[in-house]
Design a protein around this ligand. Sequence first.
Ligand code: MG
Length: 410
Amino acid sequence: MTKSSPSSRVFAIITAAGSGQRCPGNRRKQLMPLQDKPLFLWCLEAFSQVERLAGMVLVGPADDHRALEEMKTTAATFANVIAVVPGGDSRQASIFKGLAALKTAAEADDLILIHDGVRPLITPKLINRIIDSHQPGIVIVPVTRAAETVKFLADDHTVSHTIPRQQIGLAQTPQGIPFSLLWDIYQANNKEIWSRATDDAGLVEVVRPDTAIRWIEGDRDNIKITFPTDLALAEALLAAEKPGDEMIQTIITTGFGYDVHRLVPERKLVLGGVDIPFSRGLAGHSDADVAIHALVDAILGAVAAGDIGQHFPDSDPRWHNVSSLEFLAYADKLAADRLFQLLAIDLTIVAQEPKLAPFLPRMRQAINNTLITPCQLNIKATTTEGLGFTGTGEGIAAYAVVTARQRPQR
Ligand code: MG
């Protein structure tokens, strides 16, 4: 078998001209939204992702000028849409209009993919498999297998016999047919012949019975939207894909921070971004806000970005006496830049004196005002019953734990 000649190109005709009589309501089904997008747009998006596609023609309704204009506006955003044309009064008449629009662009050997615009879940993967299977002069039909036992029904309401289901293929679209073959079939414009088949491979069987028609495995999700329940099924199929993606791509992380500063005379005491009246203050290069330093380290820990000393070295004069809330704003922005969202902060300040409880609401306000997005924030103050360096008042310590979520990267 010879592969298609390198010069043969691939075009698509997407039919979205049907009246949708089996779906209730006044919307045509090809314009009905699936997750806020009309069905035909899903098809345009899938086909436009196929690199080997030279161009596509969209066939819209002939008797609904507004719908056709809506399609033209949407299709104009796709570089490889050659034309949007009004269809005819039958599926075949619509495909004939689409072929006529391709007549100047396509040549005899080119492969034409004909797709029902009401199969929105078509994937570039299946389209590419059809193109890969293309050989000169043959027709490619994607099929799914019958899951149920198949009965041949006789006219008198009896079952004639059971058809072996391994020999049953349920035809899908797109079907791949050489342009010359399609044009020969359709240009005769013979409605009697058109009425003898419900798909394009079927027409080839009728008109050119000696043509090889090959089947390939279709895609079970590539369903045809015929009834309202089909739309609900398509929504469910799309929803079923999403949680899996989220599970794989969402990462929850935790960061821990710890800091200690010495209490010295003639320094202002700043804790949690709030000035606190006290006889002494914390020694340090910046304002020495030990609580914010612990929190910054916890944020940097949650996003795996080192520690506060790496980002704000003591040796840098820029940070002399600066408010530590600037460090917090920096760490929060760094987390956001790395697509992290802070979910919860738990901060504990350990000090024998002064009594911090009255200042906790203002600390919470100062921190949440600094963060890009406020998150769950808990601040606790405790003593150590006079034990250790915090108990004797030599210094103040702080512990912080931060939980963060890395948003999915698409
Ligand atoms: Mg520090």
